[in-house]
Write a protein that binds this ligand. Structure first.
Ligand SMILES: *Cc1c(COP(=O)(O)O)cnc(C)c1O
Length: 414
């Protein structure tokens, strides 16, 4: 290598900067949020126990989703914790969940002393199905948690039929699926409880935040209490009724969330329209499959996922990701999560409270047997998936850029 100034004539690949959900280029934060936050600060009341913003958010969200109750909390992980606590499992009870999800959907199960039992996923949608859930059912099953992964609903018709036949509550982790629908019903309002996240990268955001939703009076009461140190605000003789944390959302967050909520429909529509355009442009390309969406579903595209066939595309999803990044500056994520949840140390080494391994000490051996052969869909799904970053701010130019980048990369890799 000759030590000279950079070669001025070398052709630099032109890279189009895509809007990002990690900063203002791909977020809908603006004047409305500033106005409401200002109002919250000027009111001098920043706790939701006394203020009006979080209460207004809860009411608006319940109306939008078409449920009786919604309660705001501090994160999506907190929302799942609130849901599990409301179900109130006995130590060692089993809660069926998915091997492909955010860890925030799993650790709450352990904190409440229950055993997560991993259902395999459909490798074409990365979602659990009634069939994979059924294989995990035992007389110790206390609840089922489904994640509508990437914004594409699970088959709730079949899952609810299975759960209802056994009287088992279903918690819908809807963190990635605001306003997604199955059979004309919003997901998060179909099961017993819906859980939502307002984290930086979700459809709408307050940086951190969460919401739980339900139609069930008793569950609603327990969720409200669990968010509030189980203190019976408003009761004649209020007490701390059971073990619970402070998971409240504050008024500043509530103000931003209220403004964000008014933009949610638009965000979802733009994401869907952009996704439809990309799907159209990618039709018939060898070696990739565009998202598989059941005709009963409305997919809200938290991310846009391709399935990449390594028999056709050199090095499969990893190879395609590398090319997209090197040639076009597009950062995509092969595998989504590096490994199935059950291969993380928390499960493999049962790292929980001190050296106790509680609650794993109460588990049936089969419930904590993570033999890979039990999870063919999970391994195939993670091997094939390529997660493209997706955003409501994508223009036709961005979509053309992504589509052309994929076409060029595939031409070179096949
Ligand atoms: C983001 C997410 C969570 C956790 O939400 P946080 O707000 O990050 O705690 C849980 N489940 C799923 C599916 C998520 O995408």
């Amino acid at each position: 290598m000759v030590n000279t100034l950079p070669n001025q004539t070398a052709v630099q690949p032109t890279v189009l900067q895509l809007p990002s959900d990690q900063d203002a280029t791909g977020r809908t934060l603006g004047a409305e949020e500033i106005a409401l936050v200002t109002e919250a600060i000027q009111s001098g009341t920043l706790t939701s126990t006394k203020g009006k913003f979080v209460k207004a958010l809860e009411q608006k969200f319940a109306e939008l989703l078409g449920v009786k109750y919604a309660y705001a909390c501090s994160s999506g992980s907190a929302a799942v914790h609130v849901a599990v606590a409301a179900i109130d499992p006995e130590p060692g009870d089993e809660i069926i969940t998915t091997s492909v999800t955010d860890m925030g959907a799993l650790t709450p199960i352990l904190y409440q002393g229950a055993i997560p039992v991993f259902a395999d996923v459909d490798p074409k949608t990365w979602n659990v199905t009634a069939e994979t859930i059924e294989r995990c059912l035992t007389d110790r099953t206390k609840a089922i948690i489904v994640t509508h992964l990437f914004g594409n609903p699970c088959n709730m018709t079949d899952i609810m039929a299975l759960a209802n036949a056994r009287g088992i509550p279903v918690i819908e982790d809807t963190a990635q699926a605001f306003l997604a629908q199955h059979n004309d019903q919003y997901v998060g309002s179909i099961g017993t409880i819906g859980c939502f996240s307002l984290q930086q990268g979700k459809h709408i955001t307050t940086g951190e935040g969460g919401i739980v939703a339900t139609n069930d009076d008793a569950i609603a009461r327990r969720m409200f209490l669990f968010i509030n140190k189980a203190f019976g605000y408003g009761d004649p003789n209020p007490d701390h009724y059971f073990i619970a944390l402070n998971y409240r959302m504050n008024e500043l967050t509530g103000a931003v969330a209220t403004a964000q909520l008014s933009k949610l429909n638009g965000v979802v529509e733009r994401r869907r329209a952009a996704a439809a355009k990309l799907t159209e442009k990618l039709q018939g390309l060898p070696g990739i499959e565009t998202p598989a969406v059941d005709s009963r579903n409305v997919h809200v595209y938290w991310k846009y996922c391709l399935r990449v066939d390594s028999n056709v595309v050199t090095n499969g999803a990893v190879g395609l990701a590398k090319k997209l990044k090197e040639d076009k500056g597009i950062f995509s994520a092969p595998r989504y999560i590096q490994k199935p949840a059950f291969q993380c140390e928390i499960f493999e080494k049962q790292r929980t409270f001190g050296n106790s391994r509680f609650p794993f000490t109460l588990a049936r051996p089969e419930a904590v047997d993570y033999t890979p052969a039990k999870f063919p869909g999970t391994f195939e799904g993670l091997e094939k998936v390529l997660v493209l970053p997706w955003n409501e701010a994508y223009t036709d130019e961005h979509i053309d850029y992504i589509a052309d980048a994929i076409k060029q990369a595939l031409a070179q890799l096949s």
